[in-house]
Design a protein. Structure first.
Length: 163
């Protein structure tokens, strides 16, 4: 069993008034890829409204590599830190097959990442072969001008298991 850990940092700097700007940045810790989210202030047109916002990353924000003899599963879970707001919901999906001689299935629809280890996608008949560069896309819901101004951090853990 192998764990791949990606740390996401969500910086939410200001957003309580129309004149302020918001910067949101999500970083793939091991690969250094950054996902920048447009400011919520660009959509605010009326005072007193919440303006909830949903954002998706590039379709290939993270790449996974899987090697196995016969069959394998990739599970995903979120390790919530003390500064993560429960109104923020993180989703993941496999946006492509990657390369290799292994049958790959599941994970093509967005699924919410929770603190429980959940099956993400699987592969069959590796015979020593694997899948390289399986692209992963993220979506975050719950972004709001009502979120307190601070940095939010969480860790996403991918667990690869099988024979």
């Amino acid at each position: 069993m192998r764990n791949c850990v990606f740390i996401f940092v969500l910086s939410f700097l200001s957003a309580r008034s129309f004149a302020q700007t918001t910067t949101i940045s999500i970083t793939n810790g091991s690969m250094g890829a950054t996902w920048s989210i447009p400011t919520l202030s660009s959509t605010i047109t009326k005072a007193g409204k919440n303006y909830e916002h949903v954002e998706t990353s590039a379709t290939s924000h993270t790449f996974l590599k899987v090697n196995s003899i016969a069959f394998w599963n990739v599970s995903v879970q979120q390790t919530v830190s003390s500064n993560w707001d429960s109104s923020l919901k993180l989703f993941v999906r496999r946006s492509g097959d990657g390369t290799g001689l292994v049958t790959i299935s599941g994970g093509t629809a967005f699924q919410q990442v929770t603190t429980g280890n959940t099956l993400f996608f699987s592969g069959l008949l590796g015979l020593g072969f694997g899948r390289d560069n399986v692209p992963i896309q993220y979506k975050i819901e719950g972004l709001s001008v009502l979120l307190p101004v601070k940095t939010y951090t969480t860790t996403i853990v991918y667990t690869i298991s099988g024979l």
